[in-house]
Ligand binder design. Structure first.
Ligand code: KIV
Length: 266
């Protein structure tokens, strides 16, 4: 059962105790956000994955705070019910907790977003606490952390160090995070973390025992070319549908079949 009415941070947190699974999807613009909202998801993440999905970059590192602000504004304009969470991009919170509060505060001041997300647990505990103390709802993100790609050397590897993962998740909760993304975590460890925490866990590549799931919208609709990780279920093949429709349009323009009198003004 979905959360009732406009989804707020307290309602999102309460879903765990109520046994309601949370459905989260990414969006980066007004049109897409409106579609996700109409579909009734609980939260929309303006992910820094927009660097790869929208900007065609090879990692999430280049996206800037002003670009995140721009996309957050577009998304919040298209949403009536879902809670909007905005990623803090790389280097917008790493310098100091003060820097994080200033930058996250801009997101809440300049958009209708409800919350921010940052990557890290133990490492970012002071920053999570500073944000929570400033009444800025913050979601943590542990397991695979795409912003650490240069340190990790690669993406997509399953995280299996139970003690480190649990310590990260507990540090985030204790510091005041209202929720936590678990990315590419073994399903058994994700289940243990979910049981150990009172805040909701939102999994991506972390199995079925999390309190909710998040997917990149373009992935679940089959729009991305050549991306087939094990965790991804494609609910549609919109890339094939879109290419076929545009090919048909081009064919009809070239043959003179489109437009007809029915598409023309007298
Ligand atoms: O940026 C993003 O889209 C994310 C999700 C994959 C969790 O952080």
């Amino acid at each position: 059962m979905a959360v009732e009415g406009r989804v707020t941070v307290p309602k999102f947190m309460a879903a765990k105790a109520q046994g309601r699974k949370l459905a989260v999807v990414t969006a980066y613009d007004w049109l897409w956000a409106g579609i996700c909202d109409a579909a009734g998801v609980d939260a929309i993440l303006v992910g820094d994955s927009l660097a790869m999905v929208v900007q065609g970059r090879s990692s999430t590192l280049p996206v800037t705070l002003s670009q995140m602000l721009y996309h957050a504004e577009l998304v919040t304009r298209g949403v009536q019910r879902a809670m909007v969470i905005v990623d803090l991009p790389f280097l917008s919170y790493h310098v100091s907790p003060r820097q994080a509060v200033r930058n996250a505060g801009q997101i809440l001041k300049r958009t209708e977003a409800a919350a921010v997300k940052l990557e890290g647990g133990v490492q970012q505990a002071d920053t999570i606490k500073a944000l929570a103390d400033a009444d800025i709802p913050v979601m943590a993100h542990v397991g695979l952390r795409p912003q650490s790609v240069r340190m990790l050397g690669s993406m997509g590897k399953i995280q299996r160090d139970r003690d480190l993962l649990l310590a990260d998740a507990q540090a985030a909760e204790q510091a005041g995070a209202f929720g936590i993304v678990l990315e590419m975590v073994s399903q058994k460890i994700a289940a243990d973390i979910t049981q150990a925490l009172t805040i909701p866990t939102i999994g991506i590549g972390a199995g079925p025992h999390c309190d909710g799931q998040v997917l990149v919208g373009q992935d679940l609709l089959g729009l991305m070319d050549g991306f087939h990780p094990k965790f991804l279920k494609k609910y549609a093949d919109l890339r094939t549908t879109a290419i076929a429709a545009i090919q048909q349009y081009a064919t009809e323009v070239r043959s003179g079949e489109y437009p007809t009198a029915a598409h023309s003004h007298d």
